[in-house]
Design a protein around this ligand. Structure first.
Ligand code: ZN
Length: 146
């Protein structure tokens, strides 16, 4: 007969599973909305107050370890915003299920403590890591004859 804690963990797991069952379409990546200046001195974006270009709706995701971006139209953004929200919810639910599973494993194994993992991973990765060659190491002057 399972311990009461086990039964409440089962209930919590069932609630998460039910929420997962309600999950609709999900899109990976994140959205950044930007309004920009083009730099031309006579453009409306340089006026005071400025009338900036955009909005540019940029969708960023990782494909085979590389960052990929695509611009969305406002209509596309509006249409797919629930899919991005659904992906966030999915990540939250997955994290909850993992936390619950860790606690349940610790309970079942009699482990006093189990360190929870890190929170959900960042939604995007940096384009690339720091370039070790930038800034270039300065060349040290060689010996100079006097
Ligand atoms: Zn401009």
């Amino acid at each position: 007969m399972p311990a009461p804690e086990g039964r409440s963990a089962d209930r919590a797991r069932a609630e998460i599973a039910a929420a997962l069952g309600q999950t609709g379409f999900t899109l990976p990546g994140s959205i950044t909305i930007r309004r920009t200046r083009c730099g031309k001195p006579r453009c409306a974006c340089a006026a005071d107050p400025p009338s900036l270009h955009g909005p540019y709706i940029q969708w960023t995701r990782t494909v085979h370890g590389k960052t990929v971006t695509r611009l969305l139209t406002p209509a596309q953004y509006q249409a797919y915003a629930p899919w991005f929200a659904s992906a966030r919810r999915l990540r939250e639910l997955a994290a909850q299920l993992e936390d619950l599973s860790l606690a349940e494993m610790a309970r079942a194994e009699g482990w006093a403590k189990i360190t929870p993992g890190t929170a959900a991973p960042p939604r995007t990765r940096p384009v690339r890591g720091p370039n070790p060659n930038y800034p270039k190491p300065r060349e040290t002057p060689g010996d100079q004859s006097a």
